[in-house]
Design a protein around this ligand. Structure first.
Ligand code: ZN
Length: 314
């Protein structure tokens, strides 16, 4: 029997997605289990294998790819640390899965697998140089140069979330000040918006919430922007400005043909994209910005699992 399919596993903090993927990055079959963060790593991996072997096309699977958030030694397939799974410390994920399945296994961090997902799903494998930016709780990035994943000397290439935008800005989790993450990371953005609306009473927000304002999440911020709230629009405009400054650095530095934005905040792109685009046009080297398509992924929820499956090809 020919074995030409790939199994992708996306280890999220609440859900583990599993999919069988074709060599062109198309999902053939998929399933998911919820993540038991209290369980032992081996128990979780055993559960993943039990579910996977029941997939109809399992016998045609050539290899396995796993994407997981955190510090991953991709060369040896070891998870040094994962913020989503506190019990996972120096887990030999590759070794364990290979023992359980007898299939070659590849492991990488979720920003890298998302970028491979964007390469296959959003550009159908056509891009040559692609940067994928994940806009979620944090800001992550993955780099694809000459159609191959670029991980750098110690595997941390693409840590773009900690590029400094304002040297005097707010303190970031990483110890630096004014990283792009302190402007557009979901947690920081919620804090900023909540403070803003403490000072500025919004008639539109008053209509929805007639008592003290709750935490202004990016989702709520989008909702009131869609109802025409001028303060919410102003905050999204600032997000666009900062992201535009950030992306003009990315464009000048790496001259990519495609930048893909994904993650939770990318769903609000229509509120910040125009400003983002104009900042890149003003700031980046002209021929570089002309050659770079900036797009919002249409497949945010599938990127991780498809990209993980495609790891052996890159
Ligand atoms: Zn930082």
């Amino acid at each position: 029997m020919s074995r030409d399919l790939y199994l992708g596993i996306d280890m999220g903090g609440t859900q583990i997605k599993i999919a069988v993927v074709t060599p062109k990055g198309i999902i053939k079959e998929e399933t998911a289990i919820s993540t038991d963060i209290k369980a032992k790593p081996f128990t979780i991996l055993k559960a993943i294998v039990d579910v996977s072997v029941r997939l109809k096309s399992y016998s045609k699977i050539k290899s396995i790819g796993v994407g997981i958030a955190g510090d991953v030694d991709s060369k040896n397939g070891i998870v040094r640390f994962s913020p989503n799974l506190p019990k996972w410390k120096n887990i030999e994920l590759k070794k364990i899965l290979e023992k359980l399945t007898n299939k070659k296994t590849f492991v990488d961090n979720d920003a890298n697998t998302a970028s491979l997902g964007a390469f296959w799903l959003d550009t159908k494998g056509k891009s040559n140089n692609l940067i994928c930016i994940t806009l979620g709780t944090g800001v992550g990035g993955g780099l694809i140069f000459n159609k191959s994943l670029y991980v750098g000397a110690s595997g941390t290439a693409g840590e773009v979330g900690h590029i400094t935008i304002d040297p005097y800005g707010r303190k970031c989790n990483c110890g630096n000040r004014g990283c792009i993450e302190t402007f557009v990371g979901a947690k920081y953005l919620s804090e900023y918006a909540s403070k803003y609306f403490k000072k500025n009473r919004s008639h539109i927000l008053d209509k929805i919430i007639n008592k003290e304002y709750p935490l202004i999440t990016p989702h709520l911020l989008s909702k009131i922007a869609s109802l025409g709230d001028k303060y919410a629009k102003e905050i999204w405009n600032i997000v666009g400005e900062k992201l535009g400054i950030f992306l003009s650095i990315v464009v000048n530095f790496s001259n990519p043909d495609t930048i893909v934005l994904c993650g939770g905040l990318s769903h609000a792109a229509k509120y910040f994209f125009p400003r983002l685009k104009s900042e890149v046009n003003i700031r980046a080297f002209r021929s570089a910005s002309k050659a770079c398509k900036i797009i919002v992924s249409k497949y945010t929820h599938k990127l991780g699992v498809v990209g993980a499956a495609m790891l052996p090809k890159h």
